[in-house]
Write a protein that binds this ligand. Sequence first.
Ligand code: PLP
Length: 367
Amino acid sequence: MKPSIHRPTQIIVDRQAIKNNFLHERQLLNDETAIFAVVKANAYGHGAVAVAQTVSEVGVDGFCVATLDEALELRQAGLQETILVLGVTPVQQAELAAQMNISLTVATLEWLQQAIELLTQPLKIHLALDTGMGRIGFTQHDAVVSACEFIQQQELIIPEGIFTHFATADEADTKYFHQQVQKFKQLTTNLPLKFKYVHCANSATSLWHLDCQSNMIRFGIALYGLNPSGTALTAPYELQPALTLQTEIVHIKKVPAGQSISYGATYTSSKPEIIATLPIGYADGWLRRMSGSSVIVAGQLCPIVGRVCMDQMMIKVPQMYPLGTKVTLIGTDQQTNLSAETAAEYCDTINYEIICNLSDRIVRKYV
Ligand code: PLP
């Protein structure tokens, strides 16, 4: 989908904020630890290529994406760093990945055995270990050893990494986290093969479990300035949110008492009110569940009245404003702030989901 560039709804991405978050994290780590920026899902809504280019300027070591297509987008944009696909890629695509110098995650020996029949050039792989996430990867030490022994015999398989993913690194209760750490240690001990990268840290692990980064971290949500735990844990440095979501008033009117607004007529004015219409809706990722929450107009919080529609929504404002008046949904206006976290709490989800939902229809601008 092409972004709607002729509509005054936009995401503004602060590239310096992304660089600052990256550099703060860099300072926490020892020199041997590489940082891979996680730019899957269009860099959590921020724009994958632009974010990748931004962190490339400050020395990122590599990128993590979810799909081969996301990796290809970065290669086609000219990015040269290592790119790791975190999800399982159909083995039929192994040759394409090898051709484009893209590293793939491997979760079974069978995948390797099939890949070797198809490859004509070297493929870099990272073995996934399932230490308790229950998603993908090897669960038994002898199976990991067998995979390593198989790789040792193959010239076309390059063992670039071995990794796991933690399910609860963002929680105050560390019991399950430590069980996973133990399992990771057990699965990676006494292997017949050396991997360039041994990695287990997402943002939460890199922020709150400094002793457990191995030699590479996969830095996602915190790169964008959001706290992986929501509000449960405090980050060791100030995270700077990079994303602002803004629109403008495109229609405004006075309504009498008793006027219903939007689908289902769920809201009715109790007295004469001023209602403004905004060109953003749930097709842009501003969820229908945001009905009743607030946006900022001229530094003041104003409620969304009635249901959020697909492409538009209505807000109640305290006075008449000119058409084109700025409205902030995520960001700060005259010291009033609404964050992705505020939105997440309102609709009982996580900040990740709010930003990943922001659709390609919204134009992204970079400052
Ligand atoms: N590593 C893996 C395997 C992931 O699935 C994710 C995100 O979902 C990340 C790293 C990045 O996590 P975060 O955004 O919490 O840093």
